[in-house]
Write a protein that binds this ligand. Structure first.
Ligand code: HEC
Length: 335
């Protein structure tokens, strides 16, 4: 089994394909069919009409019950086959969760199938719900995973283009998605550095002002933790019912990006920020606490290449590649 979601070597091989696809994307943009900023936030999949599969999925995500996924995927598939477009979108997210947190069960040999299954479900869902940039962004992540697994450079490049387009359409949401995964590059590589830039840009968009990048203190920007009248800002930028620990997960990943790059002072600031958002409330607070305790070890731990079937503690691998890649933000309760 190939290493999943570690697209770095894949992308390294394909600068020309990437340039070609980016150029293609720009050309489409110039001809007027490309992505401009979406005027409205898409409806939440977790609200509105309910279905058995969608209810079960969001309930499991809230509880972190990864083991229920196979059954949930079967139900969502039935609902999608019966023509339910929301269940088709959630089916894409269910395959995404299954693959992203595969380190919970690294011996599962068929896990890589979920990259194509996720990307295909999102492609179908995008046709039904074209105004939801999140579906495009997630398709991008899982096209990249698929490209890596199948050693298909064009697929990887198309995935990146999806993420770029989603981020242009909904920057407050898409900048993180575009940055999430760039930790698989080496810290000296350009895309890694750009990834850190995307996270700062994301904070700028969320705060509605330029954040002080040299001396960051969350308390200087109360708007980052308060309700906002614009749902295009409030939903991706703050903690909400469907993403109860969005800020904590964001800052945990931000810390990991700095830690792998041996910038330990900045890493510690981000971990402390994650812990300070709403003390006592986050099921994964101990992960951030441990990282602070083991700060000096993190650069070497996070630069180790891990075999995809290796069992690795969440304390010794970056958030993106870990068994809490989704639940760090989405899990509400600690049982
Ligand atoms: C940094 C925190 C963070 C991480 C990590 C994260 N998400 Fe999300 N997720 C969000 C945010 C923010 C939204 C947008 C919520 C909105 O639109 O209101 C979102 C939206 C979603 C939605 C749609 C919710 C709805 O009601 O429409 C699903 C499903 C989802 N994420 C699943 C996942 C999965 C699966 C993973 C892991 C591969 C993941 N998320 C990783 C923050 C995160």
């Amino acid at each position: 089994m190939k290493i999943i979601k570690d697209m770095s070597s894949q992308l390294k091989k394909v600068p020309q394909v990437l340039m070609m696809v980016t150029f293609l994307g720009m050309a489409i943009g110039l001809s007027g069919c490309g992505a401009s900023v979406d005027a409205e936030a898409p409806p939440l999949l977790s609200e509105g009409d309910t279905s058995q599969g969608r209810d079960a999925y969001f309930d499991a995500l809230w509880k972190g019950s990864y083991s229920e996924l196979d059954e949930i995927i079967a139900t969502l598939k039935e609902e999608s086959n019966a023509g339910d477009p929301q269940s088709l979108a959630v089916l894409g997210f269910a395959h995404s969760w299954k693959l992203a947190e595969y380190r919970r069960d690294p011996s599962n040999a068929s896990i890589t199938d979920h990259a194509k299954l996720a990307a295909d479900a999102f492609s179908g869902a995008i046709k039904e719900t074209p105004h939801d940039a999140r579906l495009l962004g997630f398709r991008g992540s899982f096209r990249q995973a698929r490209g890596k697994i199948e050693n298909n450079s064009l697929m990887t490049a198309l995935g990146w283009l999806d993420e770029v387009n989603a981020s242009n359409r909904w920057p407050a949401w898409g900048l993180f998605t575009k940055a999430y995964g760039l930790i698989t590059f080496g810290p000296d590589e350009s895309l890694y550095k750009q990834g850190i830039g995307f996270l700062w840009d994301n904070l700028d968009v969320c705060a509605g002002e330029s954040i002080n990048r040299e001396a960051f203190n969350l308390q200087d920007y109360p708007q980052l933790t308060q309700p906002n009248i614009d749902p295009r800002i409030e939903r991706p930028c703050t903690n909400t019912p469907v993403v109860p620990h969005n800020l904590e997960g964001f800052f945990l990943y931000f810390g990991d990006m700095y830690a792998k790059a041996s910038k330990l002072e900045q890493a510690e600031t981000m971990y402390l920020t994650a812990l300070g958002v709403n003390p006592g409330d986050w099921p994964y607070a101990d992960v951030a606490t441990k990282r602070i305790e083991r700060l000096q070890e993190l650069p070497s731990l996070f630069n180790l290449e891990r075999g995809s079937s290796e069992q690795v503690s969440v304390d010794e691998i970056n958030l993106f590649q870990s068994q809490i890649s989704c639940v760090a933000c989405h899990q509400g309760s600690s049982d």
